[in-house]
Ligand binder design. Sequence first.
Ligand code: SAH
Ligand code: SF4
Length: 451
Amino acid sequence: MADTNLMQIPGHIDPLPVPRPNLVDGVTPREDGRVDLIGLPRTQIAAMLTEAGLDAKAAKLRAKQVFHWLYHRGVTEFEAMTDIAKAMRPWLAERFVIGRPEIVEAQVSTDGTRKWLLRTADAHDFEMVFIPDETRGTLCVSSQVGCTLNCTFCHTGTMRLVRNLTPGEIVGQVMLARDALGEWPNASTPSSPRTRGPLAASLEVGVKPPAVPDQVRDDEDEDEDDDEAGQYTSNGRLLTNIVMMGMGEPLYNFDNVRDALRLVMDGDGLGLSRRRITLSTSGVVPMMARCGTEIGVNLAVSLHAVTKQVRDEIVPINRKYGIEELLAACAAYPRSSNARRITFEYVMLKDKNDSDEDARELVRLIKLYKLPAKVNLIPFNPWPGTSYECSEPARIRRFSEIVFEAGISAPVRTPRGRDIDAACGQLKTSAEKKSRAELDRLYAEKQAALG
Ligand code: SAH
Ligand code: SF4
């Protein structure tokens, strides 16, 4: 099996390999030498406890208990693990930590969207966005710091530097959101200080969800399909859905994204149904089948153009995996059906991809490949320095009508969180300010300091 964490696209499309120097067994090393348990599967927690001196049977039992406290109850201290012997709790705390990404900044938009600037233990910044609306709350999770791809309309794509996030840093975003929203399952009361965690007080949810759809909302509510591992339902909760649509290309960090999402979907873990999780890819064709079989979440594909010429320009991975290949992979996606359609994301760029002809070609392609599909029309979100403009509202409406008239759902997404640069494609941290060489040097220094 290919090591997808090292995968790179050769040639000018993707001149930078994905650096992964800090990933030792999928864990970011800490200066204090302790190991962060977040992101590790039960078996690895057990292996670490064995290595620390427990016999195999005790390690397995403790790992099960610890796992439950970490993911089901959301505790952030070993002292809170009341069914573990009192003497053992400091023993655990000496060796392990229960980490969360550090919050550098938290912002709230006038429309209730919240954005967090987060930092890894080795000081890389990335972003996470929460989008509440009337019927659901969607967390937009990052998979990488920056992105190696460079879609011309995407702010993240202008970041030159990238590192894959670890499983812990990915699942840690969901845990942080639950901390902030104060809604761990089995909590005695969602707002009690004990269960809300230390961050909740400073991240009060005070903004009423607006009555407008957000850019990632599905047409159907899948509540009735929630028959899988997830014990965690939308009842009264704010965080109901997850989209892998933050910074980065999740299928270029496949192993870590898969391992993180398995923890999110685990009934003894975060317990969110796979039907409430959507992974968006720009079209990493060779990884799409594995995404279906090994993760099994809903698929969204950033199509954005229907001709080779335009897609080559705006989504350059198209030069490597063309539209036909991409649509064939969509047709073969293991989990798609009429009940679980593939979402095609289509950003509306003025005079670039928004003509009637484009809309008709989109319909033709979807029908040609017999795809169970819906289309999300995303008004282009501007960012400083971009040369693109958003299509006129009347143009977007006409485009949408043409697709709708052909029997394919094509809602126009209302941009959310634009005022705090939290909308699709606006995420970008200051990582580009350091050169690649400089980051490598900083990393080498840090490793030397760690011995
Ligand atoms: N890398 C993945 C997921 C992250 S991007 C992907 O490309 O699919 C999430 C979505 O936002 C993608 O559909 C992306 O194309 C879209 N997007 C990027 N920049 C945008 C912008 N400026 N305005 C609107 N949508 C944008
Ligand atoms: Fe990367 Fe997605 Fe942005 Fe393209 S749209 S640069 S793949 S994050």
